[in-house]
Design a protein around this ligand. Structure first.
Ligand SMILES: [Zn+2]
Length: 325
């Protein structure tokens, strides 16, 4: 079957909304973005999206019939029964207020709309057009302010019974560790997110007595970032290397166990922290090898994400064909 209809991908975030028009091969043909207006309990967001899509279709002289669908990634919890979203705090959509993007955007644009959680959508994007090389089995983990993830098995996104699948950030790696925002203790996110890495650095600096620029900065009360920790580790700063080693151990442990359970072809690491590149990948891989059994060690490969910010709109667009079938 030849389908020359286009796809629209929308990546809804707390500060910007990114839009793209793509062909069926996932190539971006047009893209634009606008600020997210979170005022008035986020009530302008969906109307703004509808208006922006309709305006751009006019601009490009395209019609709703030219599209097979709109896919959107959103923060918060997605209810797959009724297509509603709630608890997206960075959009001011709180827990007891339901928003209906599927219903409202479909109505407002006359194009069938599909919605999925933003971490899952980024996973779909990396799997389809990024480091996942369109393999059937791919796990994606994003190391940013938090730690998110998504799992594709047999070519399908794993969502779980209530949409909680793929929350790699809340895998327990240290039962006696730090408190997590989710209410649990010792989640991966508390150690390997950008904020977690800084927390580990502060704790380790207190007990460290060696000569280290990182320790000196922390003792001076300087603000440091996860990037500073990795940059200093690359320069062989002794404390920074210890921090990176500890973070890598926990990440290697969590990803190793994901691999032992799912045996994906690739585990793709993205998010701001992954900008530390091959250096980060090598360190994690050392532990990953230690924590995986031979068959998995030989067949599951860790890779760095390649799409960056673009993963969202591409993955969102792929929802149309995944869910529309
Ligand atoms: Zn947690």
């Amino acid at each position: 079957m030849i389908n020359d209809k286009k796809l629209i991908g929308v990546d809804l975030g707390g500060t910007t909304i990114k839009f793209a028009i793509l062909n069926q091969d996932g190539e971006i043909q047009q893209k634009w973005s606008q600020e997210t207006n979170v005022l008035d309990e986020g009530s302008h967001i969906i109307p703004d999206i509808i208006e922006s899509i309709n305006h751009h279709l006019d601009l490009y002289q395209m019609k709703p019939e030219d599209f097979s669908g709109i896919g959107m990634g959103t923060p918060g919890g997605v209810n797959r029964e009724d297509g509603s979203v709630s608890g997206a705090f960075n959009l001011n959509w709180d827990e007891d207020k339901k928003v209906y993007p599927v219903r409202d955007i479909t109505e407002g644009t006359k194009i069938q709309t599909f919605v999925e959680n933003d971490a899952n959508v980024a996973a779909l994007g990396e799997r389809w057009k990024g480091a996942g090389e369109n393999a059937d089995d791919v796990v994606f983990v994003t190391l940013g302010t938090g730690v998110g993830g998504g799992i594709v098995t047999n070519g399908k996104l794993v969502v779980g019974t209530a949409g909680g699948a793929g929350e790699i950030g809340h895998v327990t790696v240290d039962p006696h560790g730090y408190n997590c925002n989710c209410g649990k203790v010792g989640c991966l996110e508390t150690i390997t997110s950008a904020t977690g890495i800084v927390r580990v650095a502060r704790d380790m600096a207190e007990e460290y007595s060696g000569d280290s620029q990182l320790k000196a900065k922390l003792d001076d009360g300087d603000d440091i970032s996860a990037k500073d920790v990795y940059d200093l580790a690359k320069e062989n700063d002794s404390l920074a290397l210890k921090v990176v080693d500890r973070v890598s151990m926990y990440l290697g442990l969590a990803l190793g166990n994901m691999a032992n359970t799912l045996n994906p072809e690739y585990i793709v690491i993205g998010g701001g922290v992954s900008a530390a590149g091959e250096f980060l990948l090598d360190k994690v891989n050392n532990y990953f090898i230690e924590y995986t059994f031979p068959l998995v060690r030989e067949t599951t490969k860790l890779k760095l994400a390649t799409l960056g910010n673009g993963a969202g709109v591409i993955g969102a667009a792929s929802l149309v064909n995944d869910k529309g079938e």
